[in-house]
Design a protein around this ligand. Structure first.
Ligand SMILES: [Zn+2]
Length: 224
């Protein structure tokens, strides 16, 4: 089942601003994860206060049919720092999902894993009616966090997508293969020789990497 995803704050009622802008980056992450998973996307272009935004977003989430509710945020510490701080995932009751998400983002982004934190008083977590998590991707005023986030944006979004939309067993296996360079080359060569990848592969207009990217995209965008 799909998830429903929103970004924290609004253009008017801004979130944290440091080396990057929380609201802008949260929207980028939300949109990329929606692109990868086909999740429901909640956008608030309407409200002007933090309270109205929360009510609007939660109502929009609760109108959808979904497995999980996900809110994307970025964290802030009191001062700008060069040291890395990391990712954390807040949850109402689904600790396992929050822990898995934090670890996945940490691995993909090279960010310190601050783990799962229960925050039952937060409006979004409290009032959404499906298991909900609030992802604090990294700290907007940690130079190291921001650098790693920027470098690994695509990988971080893919990691979030994989946790929200786990692959079937066979595809997990294919993904492991995709990550193994030697196995991948052998498979693509054998497949090409056998004619399995005609016509696109035999034109040789794609590199191995592009071919594998294409296969991954095909997974995330299956034809109806
Ligand atoms: Zn926030």
């Amino acid at each position: 089942m799909k998830c429903t995803i929103s970004a924290g704050h609004t253009r008017v009622s801004r979130g944290a601003v440091g080396l990057i802008d929380e609201w802008e980056e949260a929207c980028r992450v939300r949109d990329e994860v929606v692109r990868l998973t086909g999740a429901h996307r909640v956008v608030d272009d309407v409200t002007t206060t933090a309270n109205d935004n929360l009510v609007y977003v939660v109502n929009a989430h609760n109108r959808t049919t979904r497995a999980y509710d996900v809110s994307i945020h970025f964290n802030a510490s009191s001062v700008t720092t060069t040291r890395p701080i990391g990712v954390e995932v807040l949850y109402y009751s689904d600790q396992a999902l929050a822990r898995k998400m934090s670890a996945a983002i940490s691995e993909a982004g090279g960010l310190i894993d601050r783990g799962a934190k229960q925050r039952q008083e937060l409006y979004f977590l409290r009032h959404t009616t499906r298991p909900a998590i609030l992802i604090e991707v990294c700290f907007v005023n940690s130079k190291e966090d921001v650098m790693r986030y920027r470098q690994n944006f695509a990988a971080i979004c893919r990691a979030i997508a994989r946790v929200l939309a786990p692959m079937p067993a066979l595809t997990e296996k294919a993904y492991a293969l995709y990550q193994n360079e030697a196995l991948r080359r052998r498979l693509v060569t054998a497949g090409s020789e056998a004619g399995a990848f005609l016509p696109v592969w035999q034109t040789r207009t794609l590199t191995y990497e592009q071919f594998c990217e294409l296969a991954t995209l095909a997974y995330f965008h299956p034809r109806p």
